[in-house]
Design a protein around this ligand. Structure first.
Ligand SMILES: [Zn+2]
Ligand SMILES: [Zn+2]
Ligand SMILES: [Zn+2]
Length: 354
């Protein structure tokens, strides 16, 4: 933030300031001074995406720079503090409170069930050696086919990957498979005309901004292949698929990411593909890896229940249990029973799938 901008905020007495802690507290000493003078007028210090202040495990592992968060709280000690987030498991919550120097006894938590009931959770194992399709998973081939056939009417998707290499590889595969159909006007070759884009930190700021702008405004862009932070703070209501190629950093992040799916309340699908193996994602949390191992070993019967129990807070009350399948076994795969709209594990236990 420029000094003049900061000065303008102070002089004109803005009633609301949106900023990152580091923008307020960079090496600019006068601004720190101003903040100290101004603090008696501040009535609320609010953090959005509060789960980014700290991750599970290490308190200093969040996306927010915790040094600045701590300092900001240090300057605005007496100001009521609000932290908002979609998910914050108990351990992570205590890390956040630690960084904010808040005593749990002095805080109130308002928590709701973080379930996304309209999003079907799907777990897909990778192809076995020699299986049809080779290294390209069947679900990816199916989605490319949807893009090929429906073009700008195909379901919108965000595919999250762990590494830039994976992003470029998958994007390259999709581009090659789509050929001329990768552009709104077949073969136009204009970047602003692509129906599949990638988003990763190796791209210039300009390119990143173009992709974000297009995805939020231009409905012709159907798919983004991205490294994890994409879409934080972006609201695109009709994303039908969230596809995870590899595990997110932790269960909180995973649930935040699938929160981008079907915000319009219509059905959506979140597909988890722990490729090429969970050992390939060393930076993912142990809890997440263990949960995926348990799914693979058949120890988990419902993905939704398993994920939610990791995100559940005592303030949410008793975790609800989904009722059994209400299916007569005669629906020929079009079943919309309680089991069939929950997750792939529940679905496989529905009478009509047996
Ligand atoms: Zn389930
Ligand atoms: Zn059925
Ligand atoms: Zn069913």
């Amino acid at each position: 933030m420029k000094y003049e901008e900061k000065a303008a905020i102070m002089q004109k007495g803005a009633s609301l300031v949106f900023a990152s802690p580091e923008a307020l507290l960079d090496d600019d000493q006068p601004w720190r001074q101003l903040l100290r003078t101004y603090r008696k007028h501040v009535c609320l210090l609010a953090f959005d995406e509060g789960h980014c202040i700290a991750q599970e495990g290490e308190p200093d592992s969040g996306i927010y720079n915790y040094n600045y968060v701590e300092e900001l709280r240090g300057i605005l000690t007496d100001v009521p503090t609000l932290v908002m987030t979609a998910t914050l498991p108990a351990e992570q919550r205590s890390n956040v409170l630690k960084i904010l120097h808040l005593n749990p006894k002095d805080t109130t938590t308002v928590a709701q069930n973080p379930d996304r009931p309209n999003v079907f959770l799907k777990f897909v194992e990778r192809n076995k050696p020699g299986q049809e399709g080779g290294n390209v998973p069947k679900w990816l081939q199916d989605y490319v086919e949807e893009l090929q056939q429906q073009g700008t009417k195909a379901p919108k998707a965000i595919m999250y990957c762990r590494h830039i290499n994976t992003v470029t590889r998958i994007w390259g595969y999709m581009m090659a498979s789509l050929g001329q159909r990768a552009w709104v006007t077949p073969g136009s070759k204009k970047p602003s005309d692509l129906i599949v884009e990638m988003y990763q930190c190796g791209m210039t700021m300009g390119c990143q901004e173009r992709v974000v702008d297009r995805f939020t405004i231009d409905s012709n862009l159907r798919c983004i292949v991205a490294t994890m932070p994409f879409a934080m703070g972006i609201e695109v209501p009709d994303v039908r698929y969230i596809l995870h190629w590899g595990l997110s950093s932790n269960i909180t992040d995973y649930w935040q990411e699938i929160g981008k799916c079907a915000v319009d309340g219509k059905p959506g699908v979140a597909l988890l593909y722990p490729a090429p193996s969970i050992g390939h994602t060393p930076t993912s949390s142990q809890t997440f890896k263990q949960l995926v191992l348990d799914i693979q070993d058949g120890k988990v019967t419902c993905m939704r229940a398993a994920f939610l129990s990791q995100l559940w807070l005592p303030e949410m009350g008793v975790q609800p249990v989904r009722s059994d399948a209400n299916c007569d076994g005669l629906c020929a795969g079009q079943c919309r029973c309680n089991k069939c709209v929950c997750c792939s594990l529940c679905q496989s236990s529905c009478p009509c799938r047996k």
